[in-house]
Design a protein around this ligand. Structure first.
Ligand code: NI
Length: 169
């Protein structure tokens, strides 16, 4: 078990666009295990490789109440989205303590490889659908606060930088 450091907004590395995972080999298997450990330890429901400074298309999710249903999506693509969207309160392990509303599709279908390299389609709605969209944004270098107004985003940035300064004292 290894815990990986999570990048904090506005770290510029969170803006990097992730590359396709070429093969699901031992290195990727270890990365998945470490990302799951890191996500559970931080009490998060999702984590993208981007957030641990690995710029490859890989996300881990667990939206279950018991925290025992890990979901791994490698090279995820949205193949269908619902017409309707809804506003949902989101947070992010890279923006600790900040929660705000973001519009997301109510439901999505995503095609991805699982942890064994098998292609599968995940039909998601509710929290899982929101989480998949949030984590896939990370792979494109996008953090949820970028959907908010420039004013709100500026305030969050200031707060994050101030928190980091206080931590390093
Ligand atoms: Ni996030």
């Amino acid at each position: 078990m290894a815990l990986l450091p999570i990048l904090c907004y506005p770290d510029p590395r969170l803006q990097k666009v992730a590359k396709t995972v070429a093969t699901v080999d031992a290195r990727v298997t270890t990365l998945i295990a470490d990302m799951l450990d890191t996500m559970y330890e931080a009490s998060g429901i999702g984590l993208a490789a981007t957030q641990v400074d690995v710029h490859e298309r890989l996300i881990v999710i667990d939206v279950s109440e018991e925290r025992d249903q890990p979901l791994v999506l490698i090279n995820p693509e949205l193949i269908w989205t619902s017409e309707d969207k809804h506003l949902n309160e989101e947070g992010c392990l890279s923006v600790p303590g900040i929660y705000d509303g973001v519009e997301r599709f109510n439901a999505v279908h995503a095609r991805a490889l699982d942890e064994h390299g098998q292609s599968r389609v995940i039909e998601a709605d509710g929290l899982l659908a929101v989480c998949i969209q949030h984590e896939m944004d990370h792979l494109m270098g996008k953090v949820f606060v970028e959907y908010l107004s420039p004013l709100k985003r500026g305030r969050i940035k200031t707060k994050m930088l101030k928190a980091r300064r206080e931590e390093s004292v």
